[in-house]
Design a binder for this molecule. Sequence first.
Ligand code: HEM
Ligand code: HEM
Length: 134
Amino acid sequence: MKQELYQELGGLDKLREIIDTFVDTMFDDVMIGFFFRKNSKQMLKDREFEFAAQFLGADVKYTGKPLGAAHKNHKIKNGQFSRRKQIFKETLESYDVPKHIIDLLMEHTESFRVPITKTKNSDSVARQSDTKLS
Ligand code: HEM
Ligand code: HEM
């Protein structure tokens, strides 16, 4: 049951901790950290938490912009998208999140590849080869 996913993961406090670590790791990442130079880390943590919690069936509402609009000023490439996906996966694994929940979150992430990487100067046609990173 979808409603039980966030509980199975360890509840909202645990999800909050996981997302905090995930966002910290992205901000410090040598490959994609530069995207976030002008962003408030706390704001992004809050929005990412809401987004994940809502997906995992918690009674939390995502209050940010639609994802396509939120990323349209950044020329995010396929490889950079894959890097975020990999950091998320490694973070979830480091918190011993059950594999079927990680798989669902990876699928959910993948479903946004096109809207997020499809910008004017994009190299994006969602490529199967990238999904192998998962
Ligand atoms: C598929 C692989 C990669 C692609 C397609 C890619 C593409 C790009 C592009 C297009 C930019 C300019 C972005 C912008 O200014 O909006 C950029 C910047 C950057 N890339 Fe990559 N990159 C790749 C791999 C990497 C790797 C492996 C690293 C480091 C380990 C890296 C580190 C950086 C850094 C630090 C910048 C920012 C430079 C700056 O503005 O100071 N990239 N990359
Ligand atoms: C499925 C994948 C992704 C999700 C779920 C996601 C989620 C989010 C959310 C919820 C926000 C806040 C939106 C708002 O402020 O209203 C955001 C903003 C942002 N994201 Fe992502 N993101 C994804 C992929 C990426 C990737 C691959 C990168 C770069 C490598 C990235 C870089 C950013 C940046 C720089 C912002 C701040 C935008 C701005 O203020 O101009 N995101 N993201």
